[in-house]
Ligand binder design. Structure first.
Ligand code: FE2
Length: 338
């Protein structure tokens, strides 16, 4: 046990409120701990292992992993400090030329996990929304670089937070499709990145036992509850009084489909916000091609997913958006071949 741990008894720590687990993988060698971090031994026995300001050393982190300790715990009140630190690390890392794409993807994934953890545990507030905006801006900076962006989806699925891998991937893919369609205005690109990042935010309010079920196995009550995530997400944004009707529309309408087969309002064609159509298709595609550890289902290849979207499901998606996605995927395949 470390000296830090010896200074605090389990009785003292158990006085603390609820604690939130964070995967050890999110703490990087050389990074300074933004808050006091604990390991949990039993239900109410928490031991301080990193004081706020202590430097993480890989060797020490590995020792916890060797003992099958995969998470450190932080108090609710310190959750925001962890989030701010992860977002600052991602912002700094993305702007570094010497960092490779895998490391940048890892930093973005960490920041996204941290932001979603805050949404889930603390609800939405302006400060956390600001962290989401900064992360989406960092994603956009990555999109604007010369990386083979789609190969990031293979890295991102392992995000510790179940919603984060999908959120950061959609935050990448939506503006990539937007660029391919000819959108150029920076404000539009920011909206697509943030819309991709936030579109499923309402799922943070859906019971995990429902989210853990594949759609096909949900009963009608569960499906109804699941589909509420669009409304809940919009309500969360509304509570911030942001005055961003576009972002609200993306979140509320990302499951609407051109042929009226979507939800929650069964809107058709022109009634659906054009950016919601882009985020909606990006999200659908990613659900097919990214592994989902909770369902243990083999992901489809990019071509299989495109084929299913185009033939298997009728024509629920806007042709222009679908064709842009095909070109994006085609470019990636060409890059692989060359
Ligand atoms: Fe959704």
């Amino acid at each position: 046990m470390s000296d830090d741990a010896k200074t605090e008894t389990s009785e003292e720590v158990s006085e603390q409120q609820k604690m939130v687990p964070i995967a050890i993988a999110e703490f990087l060698n050389g990074m300074v701990s933004p808050a006091d971090l604990y390991i949990r031994l039993g239900s109410a026995k928490d031991i301080l292992v990193f004081k706020s300001g202590a430097k993480f050393e890989q060797e020490r982190l590995n020792k916890f992993l060797d003992k099958n300790i995969t998470h450190l715990f932080v108090s609710y009140e310190d959750l925001k400090k962890i989030c701010d630190s992860a977002v600052s690390f991602a912002e700094a890392g993305i702007s570094q030329r010497f960092l490779d794409m895998t490391k940048k993807a890892f930093l973005l994934q960490n920041a996204t996990s941290s932001v979603y953890r805050s949404f889930e545990n603390l609800g939405i507030e302006l400060e956390t929304f600001g962290a989401a905006t900064k992360t989406a801006d960092a994603v956009l900076e990555m999109v604007n670089s010369d990386y083979d962006i789609l190969s990031m989806f293979e890295i991102l699925h392992s995000a510790d937070h179940h919603l984060a891998g999908h959120a950061v991937a959609a935050s990448i893919l939506a503006p990539v499709i937007g660029y391919e369609m000819g959108f150029q205005r920076p404000a539009t690109m920011k909206l697509l990145a943030l819309g991709g990042f936030m579109h499923d935010i309402g799922k943070s309010q859906v019971p995990p036992e429902i989210l853990d079920k594949p759609l096909a196995r949900m009963n009608s009550a569960e499906l109804k509850e699941y589909q509420q995530h669009c409304l809940r997400g919009a309500e969360m944004l509304k509570s911030l009084k942001l005055k961003s009707d576009d972002l609200m529309a993306i979140v509320f309408q990302h499951h609407e489909r051109n042929d009226g087969s979507g939800y929650p309002q069964r809107l058709r064609g022109q009634k659906i916000h054009p950016l919601a159509k882009i985020v909606g298709l990006a999200s659908e595609f990613l659900n097919m091609v990214m592994p989902n550890p909770r369902f243990n289902k083999k992901p489809y290849s990019h071509d299989e997913a495109l084929s299913m979207i185009s033939h298997g499901f009728g024509q629920p998606f806007e042709k222009d958006v679908y064709e842009a996605l095909c070109r994006v995927v085609g470019k990636k395949e060409n890059k692989k071949a060359s």
